[in-house]
Design a protein around this ligand. Structure first.
Ligand code: ATP
Length: 343
């Protein structure tokens, strides 16, 4: 069931179109990531849902109710920002109970709810601390517990992990996913980090310049990007600009795919590149190998269309151990792993 429905939302700042008619429906209990580069409009879109920013045209409904004219505090939402924005003079528990206190919830209910929320985010032992006595990750857990304590229908997260260092960030990312699942709350999560978007969400909306270019489950975004922008923004990829002949691009035998134009951009993932000692494929020479742990990135020089081109392949490190710079190899990419766009 559609829970949050955005219908042709536009927003302009002066002459600048921040949102160009965005349409998307977030399903009940779904985690939707808004992913895109800086300035593409994802924060603006989130703020429109919250009511913090007024959009120019379009329609927003939450649970079927039109939100036009509904102020922020009357919307059934909870929000977490990049900056934790905790009340510095209130304890952890005080922060979590604050939204309930202002709603004049009965005392016993407030305390029971605080216990439940602190346990949910794994902070039951730190209820008496002040925010400045917590790590960044812990502060963000408090912010999450505070956003959830009044039992909102929809959770809005604006880059909530960006201020954290890499290890804490990954751990809290997985925690946020667990908590979202456990509570079953409809969630919109803004991030510019593609790995984070793929890891955390049920669907990813890839945004570019005020539009959603593709909205699909993470695996589909990754394996079947619908647009050149989505293909380029999500995941590592090789990108080649090639000329078609007779409506095909053949790339020296590395692949053979239909071309939508005379000049095309060809994209494929490094893990989809096959390197063999012999057999079919384009002739290449190993240039450099970079050990990355489980995988090794192998750069290969290939002659395509009469000029040398460098590609990279990600191989399991055990397989790549047999390759050394200067080795002659054959390069192949399965045709259905090659995306082609007009240049
Ligand atoms: P970031 O990841 O950098 O926050 P974003 O994708 O969230 O980027 P928005 O903050 O939504 O992008 O901004 C979209 C566009 O609207 C940008 O070009 C931005 O400069 C512009 N913009 C946002 N808020 C305002 C404002 N209050 N006044 C004028 N322009 C604004």
């Amino acid at each position: 069931m559609s829970h949050v429905v955005l219908d042709r939302i536009t927003k302009r700042y002066g002459g600048h179109h921040a949102l160009n008619g965005v349409t998307v429906a977030v399903q009940q209990g779904e985690m939707l990531a808004l992913l895109g580069p800086s300035g593409c409009g994802k924060t603006t879109l989130l703020r429109c849902i919250a009511g913090l920013t007024a959009f120019d045209t379009g329609r927003l409904t939450i649970g079927g109710a039109d939100m036009s004219g509904v102020p922020v505090r009357k919307r059934p939402i909870g929000m977490v920002f990049q900056s934790y924005a905790l009340f510095p003079n209130l304890t952890v528990r005080g922060n979590v109970t604050f939204p309930l206190t202002v709603r004049k919830t009965p005392k016993a209910e407030i305390e029971a709810r605080a216990d439940e929320m602190l346990a949910l985010v794994g902070l039951d032992h730190l209820g008496d601390r002040l925010p400045n006595q917590l790590s960044g990750g812990q502060q963000q857990r408090v912010a999450l517990a505070r956003a959830l304590s009044p039992g909102p229908e929809v959770l809005l997260l604006d880059e909530p992990l960006s201020a954290l260092d890499a290890q804490v960030r990954t751990r809290l990312r997985d925690e946020v996913r667990r908590i979202q699942h456990q509570v079953g709350i409809t969630t919109v999560f803004v991030t510019h980090d593609q790995a984070e978007a793929l890891a955390i969400s049920d669907r990813v909306a890839v945004m570019n310049a005020g539009d959603i270019e593709q909205c699909a489950p993470p695996a589909e975004i990754y394996t079947a990007p619908a647009t050149r922008f989505a293909a380029g923004f999500v995941g590592n990829r090789n990108t080649l600009e090639l000329t078609a002949a007779d409506g095909r691009v053949r790339a020296g035998g590395a692949f053979d795919v239909a071309a939508p134009a005379d000049r095309v951009l060809v994209m494929f993932r490094p893990e989809d590149v096959c390197l063999t000692r012999d057999g079919s494929g384009a002739r290449g020479t190993v240039d450099v190998t970079v050990f990355l742990g489980a995988t090794t990135r192998v750069y290969v020089q290939v002659g395509i269309g009469g000029r040398p081109v460098t590609l990279f392949a990600d191989l399991p490190s055990r397989a790549a151990a047999e390759l050394t710079p200067g080795d002659a190899v054959r390069v192949r990419v399965a045709d259905d792993h090659v995306r082609v766009f007009p240049a």
